[in-house]
Design a protein around this ligand. Structure first.
Ligand code: PXG
Length: 440
């Protein structure tokens, strides 16, 4: 295959979550990838310290996944899953159900994290209605939560800029828990902070305010990822679980980032020791190779839908739910994870990772470092008069130095592919350390 020439017209593509003018004036373009590395269009190798966008958990262009997608594209490109089926969708669902905690193995396929979130919220509402509790319509999210960009997701989400332009059209009947970020108590904590479990008690206050019988579900990321890796305080998720159970409220964990090995167990809730009633996933499910997401649902929730008269039980779904290419990619990905022990590998690297990232304590402007599993974040003091500029400049300079990171406001986030070697972990933080010395 001949490679295409590098494009010089950047005008048509309206880039997502990007300062388009800034980017197009000084683009950073990637044209290839293998294993732990991207290749930029100028030929430089870039060490991937964030698994693309938290999704390429087995590393890039893995042979088994590539072959599975290629073969599937030539065998069955598309088949409907509305009133029809194709075997791969059932196989993919069963395989992934096998790594789920017992009792949480009914799977609704989507194409993204945003769709997974909106699907989970709709299942929660429809579940209560199916059981004769249709008055439970209220949803509780959390400040700083990121649940994608659908109207449901931004309504329960707590990222102010993502809501601002749409504030007149958000879902009604939503309330928010306070976020758990408290650097004044928890700065430089390794793993889960000891301070902050009481923040979950706010749920009792919100529940009492609205009356428990009106509340359908609470949705949180077990660990808030894209807002800057906020590790939940010890005991916090347990309290949320207890309060939800007490009041008959469904607990939804958004595991779009923490799913598929990021924290050293197949799912974050297993690492953190609390099981929700529904999970949302996407990212790591197909190693980023084909868009796919899924909602995992407790058997008892699924069964509640199967009690009525015969007919369509849930009026919801996507043309591409269970798309053959995504299913092939998902099966190839799961096989790769299992053959290489990747869903647990973060556990054996966690200490090395923790030591490496915390070695940057004391670097200029660093006010907090936090980590768990193979995730971590470095937070900077905002530059007076220019909040966010240190985070953005750090991202650009890291890319120039040869390492891909993510930033949100003044926080740099890290989540490398789970195949990362210890020497590469050391390289990541050496390069970042050098960059931090140059930030103004
Ligand atoms: N839930 C969570 C917890 C997420 O992190 C979504 C839902 C939405 O997924 P989709 O596939 O619709 O994008 C996400 C996505 C970042 C970054 O830079 C994070 C996400 C997406 C893009 C960038 O931190 N998270």
């Amino acid at each position: 295959m001949t490679s295409r020439p590098v494009i010089d017209d950047l005008s048509s593509f309206w880039m997502p979550f990007t300062a388009n003018r800034q980017f197009k004036a000084a683009p950073r373009l990637i044209e290839g990838a293998k294993g732990m590395y991207y290749r930029a269009t100028d030929g430089r190798e870039i060490l991937d310290a964030c698994a693309g966008l938290w999704c390429v958990n087995a590393g890039h262009c893995r042979d088994e996944i590539v072959a599975a997608i290629q073969q599937q594209a030539a065998t069955l490109d598309f088949a409907p899953t509305f009133q029809m089926g194709h075997p791969l969708a059932f196989e993919a669902a069963s395989k992934v159900a096998a790594i789920m905690p017992d009792g949480l193995d009914r799977i609704f396929f989507t194409n993204s994290g945003s769709e997974s979130v909106d699907t989970a919220l709709k299942i929660a509402l429809a579940y209560h209605r199916a059981r004769g509790e249709g008055q439970r319509t209220r949803l509780i999210g959390r400040e700083r939560g990121y649940h994608g960009v659908g109207f449901g997701g931004i309504s329960v989400g707590g990222i102010a800029p993502n809501r601002k332009a749409f504030s007149g059209a958000l879902l009604p009947s939503v309330d928010h828990l306070p976020h758990t970020h408290a650097p004044e108590h928890n700065a430089f904590t390794k793993g889960q902070p000891t301070w902050g479990a009481h923040l979950a008690d706010e749920l009792e206050r919100i529940v009492a305010l609205h009356d428990p019988s009106t509340i359908a579900a609470v949705i949180v990321e077990p660990l808030a990822g894209s807002t800057g890796v906020l590790v939940p305080p010890q005991g916090y998720l347990q309290k949320l679980r207890e309060i939800c159970t007490k009041h008959g409220i469904l607990l939804i964990f958004d595991e779009v980032i923490t799913g598929f090995g990021r924290l050293g167990k197949p799912f974050g809730s297993q690492k953190l020791g609390v099981l929700p009633d529904l999970f949302t996933t996407a990212k790591g499910m197909t190693n980023g190779a084909v868009p796919m997401g899924a909602v995992f649902v407790r058997d008892s929730i699924y069964e509640a839908f199967m009690q009525g008269p015969d007919g369509i039980e849930l009026f919801h779904g996507y043309t591409y739910s269970g798309h053959p290419l995504a299913c092939a990619a998902g099966i190839g990905t799961l096989d790769t994870y299992q053959e290489e022990g990747l869903l647990e590998r973060a556990t054996s690297l966690e200490k090395h990772w923790e030591d490496a990232i915390h070695s940057l304590k004391g670097a200029p402007n660093v006010i907090d470092i936090r980590n768990i599993g193979l995730m971590g974040a470095i937070e900077f003091a905002p530059k007076p008069g220019a909040p966010g500029s240190r985070g953005y400049n750090a991202l650009v300079k890291c890319f120039e130095a040869g390492v891909l990171t993510r930033y949100t406001a003044d926080t740099l986030a890290f989540s490398p592919p789970l195949i990362v070697q210890k020497t590469q972990i050391d390289q990541i933080f050496e390069m970042v350390g050098k960059v931090l010395k140059t930030l103004d």
